[in-house]
Write a protein that binds this ligand. Sequence first.
Ligand code: GLU
Length: 292
Amino acid sequence: MSAAMPSLPSASGSVVTRFAPSPTGRLHLGHAYSALLNARYAAARGGRFLLRIEDIDATRCRPEFIAGICEDLAWLGLVWEEPVRRQSAHMADYRQALDRLSALGLLYPCFCTRRDIAAEVARSGAAPHGPDGPLYPGLCKHLGESERQERMASGVPYALRLHVDRALALTGPLVWEDAQAGVVAADPLSLGDVVLARKETPTSYHLAVTVDDALQGVTDVIRGQDLFHATHIHRLLQALLGLPTPRYHHHRLLTDENGQRLAKRAGAPALADLRAQGWMRADVLRRLGLEA
Ligand code: GLU
C-alpha cells in the first residue's frame, strides 16, 4: 500500500472493493489512480475487486465508453470479477429503496426547474451553500397535500427529494469511519434535501451507489476526495434503508503541473491518448507514484 493510502485495521471477513466509473468519456490518470488503489487494496488482503458501471444517466453514458473503460483497465493490468454490474439494468433495486423511503414519509415531490431554484437563491440573498453550491431553498418542501396531488396529476415533471431533517430525526446522529479523517460525524444537512430520483432517471447517484455498495457486499469504498461530502448522505441512506456501512478511503486528487485538478472537463488527457503517444503501463505507475 502506498503512503497515500494508510490502511485501517483489517475487518473480519473478506475485503471487497470496487471501481465505479460513469461511462461519460474515456478514463484519465485520476481514474487510473483510483482503480489501481482499489485493486491493490483488495489484492493485498486476498479480497475481491469489482468493476461497476454507473450508467444511470442515459443522456450522457455511451456504450463505446464502457468498452473503452474495460480496454484501459486491462491495459493497466487490472483483473476484475465478472459479471460487471451495470446500474441501468437494476432500476428495480433502486425503485424498491425509493418505495421504502417513501413509506417512511421521507420523500417529497419537487417541481422546481433549475431556473426556479436559481431565482429563489438570488432573491433570498443569503441562501446556505453546500459543497456543490447553494442548497435547495425548499420551495416545494412545504406545499400542501392537495396542491402536491394536483400538480403531480397535471403531468408536470417532478423530482423526488429527501426530507433530510426529518430523516435525521428518525436515525439520530450517525458516524462513519474514514481511513484518512478517522471517525467522521455524518452531516447530511450540509448537502440539503438532495434529489433521489427524477422523471427521466428514476434514481440518482446517491441512491444507486448506496444500494449497490450494499448489494455487492463492498467492504471498502475507495474513491476521490471530491466525493467525501457525498458520504454524509450515503451514511444517512444506509441508516434509513437498513444497509451496512463500509469503511471509506477518500484519496487525494491528482493535479497537473499547474496544480489544477485532473478532470475530463479541464481537458486531462485520456489514458488512450497517452497510450497512443507511447506511454507504457510503467509510465502510468511512475506518474501516479504507484510503482510496484
Ligand atoms: N461514478 C462516480 C464517478 O464516476 C464514482 C462513484 C463512487 O465511487 O462512489 O465519479
